[in-house]
Design a protein. Sequence first.
Length: 248
Amino acid sequence: MFKIIIFLFMAVISADAIVSITPVLIGAKPGFSGKAQGYLKTRRGNVNSDNYGGGLRVQYDEAKKYVLWSEFNANYASASGKAYSDNTFAHIRYIHKLLPKEVDWEAFIQLQTNQFTDIKKRVLQGGDIRWHFKNKKLGDLFFGAGGFFEHIIYTTPVNPTENNVRFSFYISYVKVLKKGSKFSYIGYYEPKANKLSDYLISNAAQLKVNIYKQLFLSFLVRYNIDSVPPIGIKQDDFSQTTSFIYQF
């Protein structure tokens, strides 16, 4: 187990984008597997800009009792030689079967930076219980409930360092449209334990289409809300990403 954790952690710190929002199921793909993705956008002429990013996801599925996975993404954008977006995201999650009928417990560690929202470093540690409801025609539905500890250091002294405890609730839906292609959605609601009016809401929807063999095209849309954002930062944030995914 220790060697597996080290392997996945090294995969996280040496990789380059979050490749899927689809929940991981124990026994769905036994052994080691992974996905890699990347994108590049360059403009020259009236505006000189570069946008690029990529990522890697690696997992180990024990097939019966647990699955351990990690992922990392990095995105960078610049215009006229000056950076205007630079953020990274690393996540390690362990999922263990709790009850025979589709109930699991999860534990995770997350590290991220986000120049857009003045976050120099944000570290999360937490866990939850996950319920899975499956229907062959309608798809897969997941509910999760738990909590986490949050440590935030901002890039400016105007915003003080934060140490918070938050509840975490999520709902996720997955529908296979045809062989190799699927639609996924996940939404989180994360209020502070001592101040429920201070909450985070995040939504992400992804359409992944199989192009050729192990190559996929991904359309990902995100919409996030922070009810009490850092000083000078807007409450909501929207992003859209189109990328290629290689699954192995």
